[in-house]
Ligand binder design. Structure first.
Ligand SMILES: [Ca+2]
Ligand SMILES: [Ca+2]
Ligand SMILES: [Ca+2]
Length: 210
């Protein structure tokens, strides 16, 4: 900056140093709602930072998976989280956002993932005498990591006692005429239960039910 004295033409000069300090980014607070196991958590998180910075972020989803790095993000794009959760639990999600000039914003929040009970697909009723359709044995649990247990119980009108089954598949041989009802119960590690009774059937004696 310079000033000239109009009386004698003297020029006075001085220098002022302007320091522009960096402001750290500010993350929007997240209050997630619970999601069921086997589904994907998605959330777009906005942030503010007045600088013309180059932002990067790292997100730890808290389920033992490797942290995910984000680049090319801006306050306009926000930070778009997307992560599948295979099993239920409470997970701490940690976000670290940097502006490349020493400004850092962090945020952690707890995400609840709920268990989903197994389900057993009954399939259509059969008029065949060859037993229930294969779909009766179709058991589904969105918790991909859930260990499942199986219980097959047969009730026979003719008094035949059929040992219970504990495997994924099951068969037995009816010894006499009568109606047989087979109930499959599938249970996951959280003791959530899915159960389906087959229609009562009159299978051909001595033909294996499978
Ligand atoms: Ca900044
Ligand atoms: Ca589970
Ligand atoms: Ca489950």
């Amino acid at each position: 900056m310079s000033v000239t004295d109009s009386a004698d033409g003297t020029i006075y000069r001085d220098t002022a140093v302007v320091v522009v300090t960096n402001l750290p980014p500010v993350l929007q607070l997240v209050s997630p709602t619970p999601i069921p196991e086997g589904s994907r958590f998605t959330r777009s998180i906005s942030f503010a930072d007045p600088g013309a910075d180059i932002w990067t972020a790292q997100v730890d989803y808290g389920d033992g998976s490797d942290p995910v790095a984000f680049t090319g993000i801006t306050p306009a794009t926000g930070l778009n989280l997307s992560h599948p959760y295979a099993d239920d639990g409470t997970f701490t999600v940690r976000i670290t956002l940097s502006d490349g000039h020493g400004g850092v914003a962090t945020q952690s929040f707890a995400l609840t993932v709920t268990n989903v009970a197994p389900s057993v697909n009954a399939g259509p009723d059969l008029t065949s005498r060859r037993g229930p359709p294969h779909a009766h044995r179709c058991h589904l649990d969105p918790g991909a990591a859930d260990p499942l247990t199986f219980l097959w119980v047969v009730t026979a009108s003719n008094g035949q006692v059929v040992p219970t089954g504990h495997e994924r598949t099951f068969n037995f041989t009816p010894l006499d005429n009568g109606t047989y009802q087979v109930v499959l119960t599938v249970r996951d590690e959280d003791l959530a239960t899915g159960m389906i009774p087959s229609p009562s059937r009159s299978p051909t004696p001595r033909q294996p039910w499978r």
